[in-house]
Design a protein around this ligand. Structure first.
Ligand code: 6R9
Length: 674
């Protein structure tokens, strides 16, 4: 229960006094770290012995080379590892904040992901292993994938699509989604993948912003046993998408949507007559490869623009470094292709590296809560890359689902999307990895194209909750509000000081917003929007979004630290911490909690407050704990704290909810308050 603070002159003055005191103490606006995490896990001698980068010294050498002479560093890799129709003249042209990489060169990412392997033994290697939700399985070799991509690229050309046109892809997680992406890339058509599950409104907005000429979709897809009528949703969107001339529909679910003869074409009809001979178009290094929309917290989503050569090289190299990739690996990234993680680490990175990449459709708890472990066992998956949201759900569902399966094929685990709470990390490490698999906690963003910070698993000892060290070529800086670099163990705004090949080149059609959003607050540096701190070993700890900081009496707390303290309580599955305006303290901490066991009652609330006090101190003790069955999340599993902030403050939200996964969650949480 909330207690209305007694309104008196005394409390008012006291509050102001406390705030001022806080401001004085924290005049640079650093973030206070209250979390203590000392556990360390060095790679085993066995893992190190087989790793391509197998010692700290090897990582440091690579990193130093990349910083001393970035142009030589990236230039050498580009020359050796990408195919060039025309060699580039210059590695980097940097006119801050606009970068061009491999200027004057011509290449093609579809060529680098497919054709390049056809002259090697990998020709008949499995490129994609796919499992549909109803249980279908397909294995597609590089040679087969090449043929499918060529045919679909020919089909797109047949529709009159040209280099530079934009295609929206709104599909379920089927191999044709990857085929469509690669086919666009092959002929220089810019793809814009929209999560299969977003609303007609969201599709129309994205079609219009990008001026899409074609929408590639399917009749339907499956999620938790439910049919998603994708084509029907697209039909609604297309009524409001005047630039779209064609709609290509893959027959997948057999739900017979209406087809408009003047606009809609079946995928199978198009490819039936399409030529399998479709050479990859030589494209300028900076030719746009894709647009991917990410939600701005308010206002319209931003179309992140990535280009060809730099992105290609960056995702290939980071894939090889972070996942220590070997040809015998079976690599599974559980993301959806509607998220950047699917672009970079299901499709482009792994295929550029000649890997076998597993793709699945559906959800981790359908038909059973052991779907992941079942897939790993049957395909002998060696590398698993998933998100903290899934890991916390598995913990909640119980160990018995894991115990039924043989997970001994795994050798490496990865995490992406949010900070991973140390307790969830430990469970992942012990229960899934059997204590033998390193965990790579990878921090990056849609904007960065590829992984920016992560342990290299054979080189860097891990710490639960830390993304450890930067990738080669990445120069992080942590600044306070006055733009001074903070000291060790102080939190501040995470920025990147030097351009890197995978960086976004701008926002689609809006260079002003690009400059304003990422390069204005801190001149000359890329502003990530996240807070971070570096510990005394030089390890980085991401502290959450700048906008999510909770300011209690002038102490600026990071959401992840409060949440991790709660998640380490035995009854808690998941927690989201937000700030609520408070007359006395500026803000007070409100947490939304889902339970894995125990009764949702006042005694448990008290126990949790006690627990937070003990783990991280009195300052972070929540004023209000609210139990809920689920938290609002994006399709990629990120907790949408900005929506919870409004609920905590009792405000009606006016924010963009187009990326919310389940619209009913908000209503439920509001209901829970009553
Ligand atoms: C790849 C991706 C980016 C934001 C990012 C940060 C959060 C991602 C994280 C992480 C802590 C990690 N984030 N990975 N926070 N540790 N390992 O997620 O891209 O969807 O654009 O989100 O996600 O806040 O700024 P995107």
């Amino acid at each position: 229960q909330d207690r209305e603070p007694q309104k008196s002159l005394f409390t008012d003055l006291f509050g102001i006094f406390q705030q001022q005191l806080g401001r004085l103490a924290m005049s640079g606006g650093q973030i206070d770290s209250v979390m203590q995490e000392d556990r360390q896990f060095p790679p085993s001698a066995e893992f190190q012995a087989q790793a391509s980068i197998g010692s700290l010294a090897a990582y440091e050498k690579l990193y130093d080379e990349s910083i001393q002479n970035p142009e030589k560093f990236w230039g050498d890799f580009a020359e050796k590892e990408l195919h060039w129709f025309k060699p580039y003249d210059k590695v980097l042209d940097w006119q801050p904040p606009f970068a061009q990489w491999f200027v004057g060169g011509q290449t093609n990412i579809s060529y680098n992901c497919l054709d390049k392997h056809l002259t090697t033994w990998r020709k008949n290697k499995a490129a994609i292993i796919w499992e549909g939700e109803p249980g279908e399985q397909r294995t597609i070799t590089y040679s087969q994938l090449h043929r499918e991509v060529c045919k679909f690229a020919s089909a797109l050309k047949g529709l009159g699509l040209n280099k530079g046109d934009v295609a929206t892809i709104y599909m379920p997680m089927v191999p044709e989604l990857a085929i469509a992406m690669l086919a666009c890339a092959r002929i220089g058509v810019v793809h814009s993948v929209v999560f299969g599950g977003f609303s007609a409104e969201a599709i129309a907005d994205r079609n219009n912003d990008a001026k899409a000429k074609v929408v590639i979709t399917a009749d339907g897809g499956w999620r938790r046993g439910k049919l998603l009528p994708l084509k029907e949703t697209v039909d609604v969107a297309l009524d409001k998408s005047p630039t779209v001339e064609h709609c290509v529909v893959l027959k997948r679910a057999g739900n017979n949507p209406p087809m408009k003869s003047w606009r809609d074409r079946w995928w199978h009809d198009l490819v039936e007559t399409a030529s399998a001979d479709c050479p990859a178009e030589p494209l300028d290094s900076e030719h746009p490869l894709f647009i991917l929309y990410t939600s701005g917290s308010t206002g319209k989503p931003k179309g992140i623009r990535h280009t060809t050569a730099g992105y290609n090289l960056y995702v290939k190299k980071t894939f090889e470094w972070v996942f220590d990739h070997r040809d015998e690996d079976v690599y599974w990234c559980t993301a959806d292709c509607g998220w950047v993680t699917g672009h970079s680490y299901i499709v482009y990175g792994p295929l550029a590296a000649g890997a076998t990449t597993v793709m699945y459709e559906g959800a981790p708890n359908w038909p059973q809560e052991d779907r992941f472990w079942d897939i790993i066992e049957r395909h002998r998956v060696t590398i698993l890359y998933t998100a903290p949201t899934a890991i916390r759900a598995f913990i909640k569902w119980g160990d018995h689902h894991v115990d039924k399966h043989d997970l001994s094929s795994l050798r490496l685990l990865g995490s992406v999307g949010e900070g991973i709470n140390p307790e969830a990390w430990m469970w992942y490490y012990n229960k899934i990895g059997g204590g033998r698999c390193p965990i790579v906690d990878t921090w990056w963003q849609t904007e960065t194209g590829g992984i920016m910070m992560s342990p290299l698993p054979g080189a860097i000892a891990t710490k639960p909750g830390s993304c450890t060290k930067p990738m080669p070529g990445i120069v992080p800086a942590i600044l306070d509000e006055n733009l001074h670099e903070v000291g060790k163990n102080q939190g501040g705004m995470l920025c990147i000081s030097q351009p890197w090949p995978g960086m976004l080149r701008g926002l689609w059609g809006d260079d002003d917003r690009y400059v304003q959003q990422y390069w204005t607050k801190v001149p000359g540096k890329y502003l990530t929007g996240d807070n971070s701190r570096q510990d005394s070993d030089g390890y980085y700890w991401i502290m959450g979004r700048i906008d999510d900081v909770i300011n209690v009496s002038g102490h600026r707390l990071s959401t992840i630290e409060v949440e991790s303290a709660l998640v380490s309580h035995p009854n808690v599955a998941e927690a989201a911490a937000v700030g609520r305006p408070d007359e006395l303290k500026g803000q007070s901490v409100v947490v939304f909690v889902t339970l894995k066991s125990g009764e949702a009652n006042d005694a448990l609330k008290q126990a949790m407050k006690q627990h937070v006090r003990k783990e991280i101190g009195a300052l972070a003790v929540p004023d209000d704990i609210r139990f809920t069955n689920s938290l609002p999340k994006t399709r990629s599993g990120k907790i949408m704290r900005r929506l919870l902030r409004d609920i905590a403050a009792g405000k009606e939200s006016v924010q963009d909810t187009s990326t919310l996964e389940d619209y009913t969650v908000l209503a439920k949480i509001r209901g829970d308050e009553e």
